[in-house]
Design a protein around this ligand. Structure first.
Ligand code: SAM
Length: 275
């Protein structure tokens, strides 16, 4: 008998994948965690029924949430990741030679454990000596640490449960304070097709706080609508004014020098969301 997994992405649309088996399932204090073996995408991490990452397309999200900000900052040394317990963002960050320390603050320790056990190609840098892994609420952590980080990444789930506060104006103010005087941050900000209001609100909230605010896009097959946005708030450095020659060669499959800037070229309907 064939087995299929469906994520209901909105009231009217979903994504369906043929599966071999469910490798792991547990409900923690924060969410239901499932690890599913699919035919098309390899192993898939699902939280509360929502696809987080898959072995075959994770590189797009993880390269774009990391290399765009890290190559915008001229010398990123101290990096904070909020969420991101699968470790994919951390794996990309440690490819940057200037990085001295990465702090990962994930609220659900089980996500880290399951990723280490079932997703070794994604979680492989979590044991890197430059990486400190903390299991706590990223909102409280950011509030407690001022003037500390060069780059902060918000690698969160959708704005439900513990992640709601990660999309608030108060949190963006706390991020501003937690960054050094020339720091910058990027948050994953959902689908331009299905989350228009959220994208508009987040952009305006960040724009009030940060002198440079920019949204960029990429294509991710397993995320709702296949089309994904990230929003950057920066105190000093503009991602479009960097010297492309300073983008060193690192091992990537999606991110390139050309994509660094072209990802900020927005379709008209997305530009309209930012007015
Ligand atoms: N890259 C994937 C994506 O965009 O869907 C997944 C990112 S990662 C799995 C998201 C993580 O954020 C989850 O493991 C979740 O536990 C964590 N998270 C949610 N709220 C959080 C909070 N307040 N503080 C720290 N981590 C949080």
């Amino acid at each position: 008998m064939e087995m299929w997994f469906t994520e209901k992405q909105t009231e009217n649309v979903g994504i369906t994948c043929k599966t071999e088996k469910t490798l792991y399932m547990e409900t923690t204090q924060y969410q239901e965690i499932a690890l599913i073996q699919t035919l098309q995408f390899g192993r898939m991490l699902v939280l509360d029924g929502t696809v987080q990452t898959t072995e075959n397309d994770e590189f797009i999200y993880h390269e774009m949430i990391t290399h765009v900000p890290l190559f915008t900052h001229p010398f990123p040394k101290n990096i904070l990741v909020v969420g991101g317990g699968d470790g994919g963002a951390v794996r990309e960050i440690v490819k940057h030679p200037s990085v001295q320390k990465v702090t990962l603050v994930e609220i659900d320790g089980k996500v880290i454990e399951v990723s280490k056990n079932f997703l070794p190609t994604i979680s492989c840098a979590l044991e890197n000596p430059k990486v400190e892994v903390l299991v706590e609420d990223g909102i409280q952590y950011v509030k407690k640490h001022k003037n500390k980080f060069d780059v902060i990444l918000i690698d969160s789930t959708d704005p439900i449960g513990a992640a709601v506060g990660l999309f608030s104006k108060e949190f963006y103010k706390a991020i501003y304070e937690s960054l050094k005087e020339d720091g910058l941050f990027v948050a994953q900000t959902e689908s331009p097709f299905f989350n228009k209001e959220l994208i508009s609100k987040v952009y305006q909230d960040i724009k009030i706080i940060f002198p440079i605010t920019k949204l960029y896009l990429c294509a991710i097959p397993t995320y709702p609508s296949g089309f994904w946005s990230f929003t950057m708030g920066s105190k000093k450095y503009d991602p479009l004014k960097i010297d492309e020659n300073k983008i060193i060669n690192i091992d990537t499959k999606y991110y390139t020098r050309e994509i660094h800037k072209s990802a900020f070229s927005l379709p008209k309907f997305v530009k309209d969301l930012l007015k």
